[in-house]
Design a protein around this ligand. Structure first.
Ligand SMILES: [Ca+2]
Ligand SMILES: [Ca+2]
Length: 152
């Protein structure tokens, strides 16, 4: 019997017997520590080895939400339920995020110009270039572009 071989074997065995790494597991917005396999089996979202649970871990991501011309940092489901427009996860409320001062700036570049005119003309008689929310794109929307032509 060679005790050196036995020691090596024991070391190898104990290494492979290490428990599966645990990490934060999100089930909805609730967080608990679990292994990846356990978490996924429970229908959760595993955040990764060694990730701990804190108040932010499983929070739904917020973004800028426009309700009227007011801007609020909300999660998208609350924003939508409130009748708002969600601007995307991670978006911030800046001074002009929800401004309606420049309704003809269809591409949001801060200027009403050829590209905005093109979107109205390209969406003629369809809702796609609609600026006054009447459901179609026509002379009234063209007039809005022309009235706001230039920097907003
Ligand atoms: Ca524009
Ligand atoms: Ca219209």
């Amino acid at each position: 019997m060679n005790s050196g071989v036995e020691n090596t074997y024991n070391m190898t065995t104990s290494f492979s017997d290490n428990p599966e790494p645990q990490g934060a597991c999100c089930l909805g917005t609730s967080c608990s520590l679990a292994t990846e396999i356990t978490c996924i089996a429970a229908g959760g979202s595993w955040e990764g080895d060694g990730i701990t649970c804190n108040t932010e871990t499983c929070a739904e991501p917020v973004g800028a939400c426009c309700i009227g011309d007011g801007c609020f940092q909300l999660i998208s489901s609350i924003c939508t339920n409130a009748g708002g427009t969600f601007n995307g996860v991670g978006s911030d409320c800046e001074s002009d995020t929800c401004s309606t001062d420049c309704p003809a700036d269809t591409d949001g570049d801060g200027t009403v110009g050829g590209s905005d005119l093109a979107s109205v003309l390209g969406g003629w008689n369809t809702p796609s270039g609609d600026l006054n929310d009447d459901g179609t794109t026509n002379g009234e929307d063209l007039a809005i572009v022309l009235a706001f032509w230039g920097d907003c």
